[in-house]
Design a protein around this ligand. Structure first.
Ligand SMILES: CC(C)(COP(=O)(O)OP(=O)(O)OC[C@H]1O[C@@H](n2cnc3c(N)ncnc32)[C@H](O)[C@@H]1OP(=O)(O)O)[C@@H](O)C(=O)NCCC(=O)NCCS
Length: 319
C-alpha cells in the first residue's frame, strides 16, 4: 500500500470523531495499562497536547502523538499509527512535530514497549527509568490469595467510602493524601476520574481519627466486552492495607463478572513490587509490559514506599 494523501493537525477539539477512532485503536492494540479512563478523559484534560495525521479525503485517523504537559514534564502517552499506515515515514514526521512543540526545558517521559526501547533510547529519551511487570489473575484467585495473608478481623479498625461518595471535606483531605504520595497536584485528573463510569474507587479511613490510610481503584481496560480490569492505583500506608484493598477491589470485580480478568501492573522500586509480586507469583506469571524512559535524569517525587500498584496511565503521571 502506498502512503495516502494526508495532513497534519495540532490539538483537535475534545469532541472530534478522530478521538473515537484513536480510542478504538488503543483498545485493539490491547494496551492494558491504558484504561477506559485514560482514553475517555485524555481528550478533555487541559494538559493534553496532540499531533495527528489524518487522511485528506475523509479526515479519518492515520496516526498520532498524544502527550500531557505539567510540572515541567511532557509525558508522551500515545504514539500510534493505524496498522495499514505503519513504516511509511508518517510516524517519524508526527514525532518530529511533537518534539518541536514541547517546551525545551521540559523533561520528556514515555513508557516504551520492549521492542521500541533501543529506538527511543538512541533518540529522544536516553535515560532509563523503572520497568513495569504485569500479571493477570481471576477475581476469585486474588481474593483467595489475600485471605491467606490477612487476619479475618482486619477490616474492623477501618471504614471505606467510595470516591464519589466523599463529603466536601473528605474530598479535600483525599486530594492532600494523593498529593503527599504522588508529589503532584492531580486535582483535575481525579475530579474527572471521580465521575468516570467504568471504575470502582475506594478511600479507606482509620476509625481512630478518620485519617485517610489508603486509596485504591480498579477500572475497565480494553474493549468492554472483554471484561478486563486494571488495578490502578493502590496507595496505602502499610502492607496489610495494600492487600486488604486489593481484596476489596477483586471482590467487586468478581461481583461484576465472575470470569473477569484482573491486570496487575507492578513497578520496579515500589513497595508493591517487593511485597505483592512474590505473593502474586504463587498464582500467576509476570511479563514485562514496558519501561519508562526520560530525556534527562528525572527525580520522581512519588513516595515509592506507599505505592502498591501505580496509577500508571497518561494524563495522571506517577511512573
Ligand atoms: C511505532 C510507530 C508509531 C512508528 O510509526 P511509523 O510511521 O511506522 O514509523 P516510521 O515509518 O516513520 O519509522 C521508520 C523507522 O523509524 C523508527 N522510529 C519511528 N519513530 C521513532 C521514534 N520516535 N524514535 C525512534 N525511532 C523511531 C521506526 O521504528 C522505524 O524503524 P525500523 O524501520 O527499524 O522499524 C508505528 O509503527 C506504530 O504505531 N507501531 C505500533 C504501536 C507502537 O508500538 N507504538 C509505540 C509504543 S511505545
Amino acid at each position: 500500500m502506498s502512503a495516502p494523501e494526508w495532513e497534519m493537525l495540532d490539538d483537535i477539539p475534545s469532541n472530534s470523531p478522530i478521538w473515537k477512532q484513536w480510542q478504538k485503536l488503543v483498545n485493539d492494540e490491547n494496551w492494558t495499562s491504558d484504561c477506559s479512563a485514560t482514553t475517555g478523559l485524555t481528550p478533555t484534560l487541559s494538559t493534553t497536547r496532540s499531533v495527528w495525521a489524518v487522511d485528506k479525503k475523509d479526515s479519518s485517523y492515520i496516526g498520532c502523538v498524544v502527550w500531557n504537559e505539567y510540572d515541567s514534564i511532557a509525558l508522551i502517552g500515545f504514539y500510534l499509527l493505524a496498522p495499514a499506515y505503519r513504516k511509511m515515514g508518517i510516524g517519524s514526521k508526527l514525532w518530529k512535530r511533537a518534539i518541536e512543540r514541547i517546551p525545551k526545558d521540559y523533561t520528556i517521559a514515555l513508557r516504551s514497549v520492549p521492542a521500541m526501547i533501543p529506538r527511543y533510547s538512541s533518540q529522544t529519551t536516553p535515560v532509563k527509568g523503572p520497568t513495569l511487570h504485569y500479571c493477570t489473575v481471576k477475581a476469585s484467585e486474588a481474593v483467595e490469595l489475600c485471605n491467606k495473608f490477612l487476619p479475618a478481623d482486619f477490616e474492623s479498625g477501618y471504614s471505606t467510602t467510595k470516591l464519589e461518595d466523599l463529603s466536601h471535606e473528605e474530598w479535600e483531605e483525599f486530594l492532600k493524601f494523593d498529593r503527599k504520595i504522588t508529589g503532584k497536584d492531580r486535582r483535575e485528573w481525579l475530579a474527572a476520574y471521580r465521575s468516570h463510569e467504568h471504575k470502582f474507587a475506594i478511600v479507606v479511613f482509620s476509625k481512630n481519627d478518620h485519617s485517610i490510610v489508603c486509596y485504591a481503584s480498579t477500572v475497565m481496560t480494553s474493549h468492554l466486552h472483554q471484561h478486563r480490569y486494571k488495578i490502578a492505583p493502590i496507595y496505602a500506608i502499610d502492607d496489610s492495607l495494600g492487600l486488604c484493598s486489593l481484596r476489596t477491589l477483586a471482590n467487586w470485580i468478581g461481583s461484576q463478572y465472575s470470569g473477569a480478568t484482573i491486570y496487575c501492573h507492578l513497578m520496579e522500586g515500589t513497595r508493591g513490587f517487593e511485597f505483592l509480586k512474590p505473593k502474586l507469583e504463587q498464582i500467576a506469571n509476570f511479563t514485562i509490559s514496558g519501561t519508562t524512559l526520560f530525556s534527562k535524569p528525572y527525580n520522581n517525587p512519588l513516595d515509592l514506599s506507599k505505592v502498591y500498584l501505580p496509577n500508571n496511565s497518561s494524563g495522571h503521571y506517577d511512573i
